[in-house]
Design a protein around this ligand. Structure first.
Ligand code: AMP
Ligand code: ZN
Length: 493
C-alpha cells in the first residue's frame, strides 16, 4: 500500500487554470521535467527559489510513494540575450568577455549551481541532460517539424511557422495570448527578414563565421534555438507524453508556449498533462534577475556579505523563508522577513530536539491523527507549504504543552507526533537541522582547542616529539594549525 493510494493530490495546472486531481499516466510512476539554468553566471536566490519549489514537488511525490523520473536540463547553448532569436549567445558572450572557452564558462557555473543546490539540500534530478549533448536529437526534432509542414528553412536557419500552426492548433493556449494580437503588436525588428512572420521563432540558427558554438546540420553549420532543447530532451527521457512540466512563471511565454507548439508539430499531440509554474522572488518589489543586477547571491546570504543583510543566514533558514510562501505567490526578499523566518526555523528545530525528552502517558489528550491528516491535506492542496508550516507550528505547540505536562500522549500517539514532524520538516520540506550541526561544530572547536593547549604545554616542556605528533595527526585529519603572534589558530579542510 502506497501513501498516494490514500491521499488525493491536487495540482494547479497552468494550462487549465484550475486545480486538478493528479492522475499520472502510468499508475505509481511520474515523469517530471523542469527547465534548468542557463549556466553563464552564478545562480541568484530567485533562480534557487524556482528550483526549491520543484524540489518540494519532487520530495512530496516521492514521499507519497510515486516512482519519479525527474529530468532537469542544463542550458549550455542556444539561449540568446534578451531571450531573442537574434543576438549573442549568453554563454558565448561571457566566454568572449572572460577570454575563456564557452565550455569553461559552462563548467564553472554548472559546478556553482550544483554546489549551491546541494547547500540548499535540493535532491539532484535523476537525469540532468545538457543541450550541447543532445544536438543530434534536436536536429531530428527540427526534421520532424519540417516534414510535418510546420518548419521552413530560410538562409541556413530554420523557423517555426506559427501562423500555419495556429490554423489547426492553438498557439497561445498556455500563456492565454492571442496570435492576432501578437502579430499586430509586433514591431519590425532587425533580423526578422528571414521569417515569414514576426511571431515565428527559431528552431535552428545559422552560425555566422565568428560564432564558435556551432554544429553541422542538414541546413549548414549552426546551433539550436532555445526552446528546442527542452522539447528534444523531455521527450527523449520521458516519452512524447508525460505528466509534469515545470519552470519559472517567466518561462510560460515564449519558452513553454513554443515547446508545446514544437511537440504538437513534431509528434501530433500535446506533450504534458500538468504544467506547473513557480512564481518569482523579488527584491525591492522587482523580479530578481541576472541581467538587471537586482539580485542577491546565495553565498551572500550564507556569509552576510550584502548591504541589505544585517547578518549571515544558513541555507536552511533561507530555504525555510522561501517555503513559508506558496510556490505560486510572489515573494519579496527582505532582511526583516528572513530574520523572522530564522526565528520560526529555530522554534521548529528546538521543538523537534525536545521531543526525545517527552515522557508518554497512558492516555492521549490531543488527536494527533487529525493533525497529521491536516499536514497531508495542506500538501495535497497544490503543495501548500505555508499552510503545512502553520500545522507544523501547531505540532510545536503540542510539543511545548507536552513538555510542560499540560497535555499527554500515549507512546503510539507520541510517535505519530514525532514521526510526522520529522517527516514533513526533513523529508518533505527538505530542511536540515543546522542548529545541531552548529553544536557539533562547537564540539569540534572545543576538542581542537584542547589539543592546541596540550601542544603548547608540550612545547613549553620541550617535548617536541609530542607537539609535532599533535600537529601532524591533526593535519592528517585535514585540520591545519597556524601559529601566529596572537596564538595558534586552525582551519578545517
Ligand atoms: P535561467 O537560468 O535564467 O534560465 O533561469 C533559471 C530558472 O530560474 C527559470 O526557471 C526561471 O524562471 C527562474 N527564475 C529566474 N528569475 C527568477 C526569480 N526572480 N524568481 C524565481 N525564479 C526565477
Ligand atoms: Zn526549458
Amino acid at each position: 500500500m502506497h501513501l498516494y493510494q490514500n491521499q488525493s493530490l491536487k495540482i494547479y495546472n497552468s494550462l487549465s487554470g484550475e486545480k486538478e486531481t493528479f492522475i499520472p499516466l502510468h499508475p505509481g510512476a511520474v515523469g517530471m521535467y523542469v527547465c534548468g539554468p542557463t549556466v553563464y553566471s552564478n545562480v541568484h536566490l530567485g533562480n534557487c527559489r524556482t528550483f526549491i519549489s520543484f524540489d518540494l514537488v519532487y520530495r512530496y511525490l516521492k514521499h507519497l510513494g510515486f516512482k519519479v523520473r525527474y529530468v532537469r536540463n542544463i542550458t549550455d547553448v542556444g539561449h540568446i540575450e534578451d531571450d531573442a532569436d537574434e543576438g549573442e549567445d549568453k554563454i558565448a558572450k561571457k566566454a568572449r568577455l572572460e577570454k575563456l572557452e564557452p565550455m569553461e564558462i559552462v563548467q564553472q557555473y554548472s559546478v556553482d549551481f550544483h554546489q549551491i543546490l546541494e547547500l540548499f539540500n535540493n535532491l539532484p534530478p535523476g537525469i540532468e541532460p545538457t543541450a550541447t549533448g543532445h544536438i543530434i536529437e534536436q536536429i531530428e526534432t527540427v526534421k520532424q517539424i519540417i516534414d510535418n509542414g510546420y518548419g521552413y528553412e530560410s538562409n541556413g536557419s530554420v523557423y517555426f511557422d506559427v501562423v500555419k500552426f495556429n490554423k489547426t492548433h492553438n498557439y497561445g493556449q498556455l500563456s492565454g495570448r492571442n496570435l492576432d494580437d501578437m502579430l499586430s503588436n509586433s514591431r519590425e525588428l532587425s533580423g526578422q527578414e528571414e521569417k515569414r512572420n514576426p511571431a515565428d521563432f527559431a528552431l535552428w540558427k545559422k552560425a555566422e563565421p565568428v560564432h564558435i558554438m556551432r554544429w553541422p546540420s542538414p541546413w549548414g553549420d549552426g546551433f539550436p534555438g532555445w526552446h528546442l532543447e527542452c522539447t528534444a530532451m523531455s521527450t527523449k527521457y520521458l516519452g512524447n507524453h508525460f505528466d509534469i512540466h515545470g519552470g519559472g512563471m517567466d518561462l510560460k511565454f515564449p519558452h513553454h508556449e513554443c515547446e508545446i507548439a514544437q511537440n504538437e508539430a513534431a509528434t501530433g499531440h500535446s506533450p504534458v498533462n500538468y504544467w506547473m509554474h513557480a512564481n518569482m522572488l523579488t527584491l525591492n518589489g522587482k523580479k530578481m534577475s541576472k541581467s538587471t543586477g537586482n539580485n542577491i547571491l546565495p553565498r551572500e546570504i550564507f556569509t552576510g556579505n550584502n548591504t541589505v543583510l544585517s547578518k549571515a543566514f544558513s541555507p536552511s533558514v533561507a530555504r525555510f523563508f522561501m517555503l513559508q510562501a506558496h510556490y505560486r505567490s510572489v515573494l519579496d526578499f527582505s532582511n526583516d522577513a528572513i530574520v523572522a523566518a530564522e526565528k520560526g526555523y529555530n522554534r521548529l528545530m528546538e521543538a523537534i530536539d525536545s521531543l526525545g525528552n517527552i515522557v508518554a502517558g497512558t492516555t492521549s489528550t490531543i488527536d494527533v491523527s487529525v493533525w497529521k491528516q491536516h499536514c497531508y491535506d495542506a500538501m495535497n492542496d497544490d503543495f501548500n507549504s505555508p499552510i503545512l508550516i502553520a500545522h507544523l507550528f501547531e505540532g510545536v505547540k503540542y510539543a511545548n504543552l507536552l513538555k510542560d505536562s499540560k497535555e499527554t500522549l500515549t507512546p503510539a500517539d507520541l510517535e505519530v507526533l514525532a514521526k510526522t514532524l520529522n517527516t514533513f520538516v526533513f523529508d518533505v520540506l527538505g530542511l536540515r537541522n543546522e542548529a545541531g550541526e552548529d553544536s557539533s561544530n562547537e564540539k569540534l572547536d572545543g576538542v581542537v582547542n584542547m589539543l592546541i593547549t596540550m601542544r603548547n604545554e608540550a612545547r613549553a616542556n620541550k617535548d617536541f616529539a609530542l607537539s609535532d605528533q599533535i600537529r601532524i595527526k591533526l593535519a592528517d585529519l585535514g585540520i591545519e594549525l597556524k601559529d601566529t603572534r596572537e596564538g595558534t589558530t586552525f582551519t578545517v579542510n
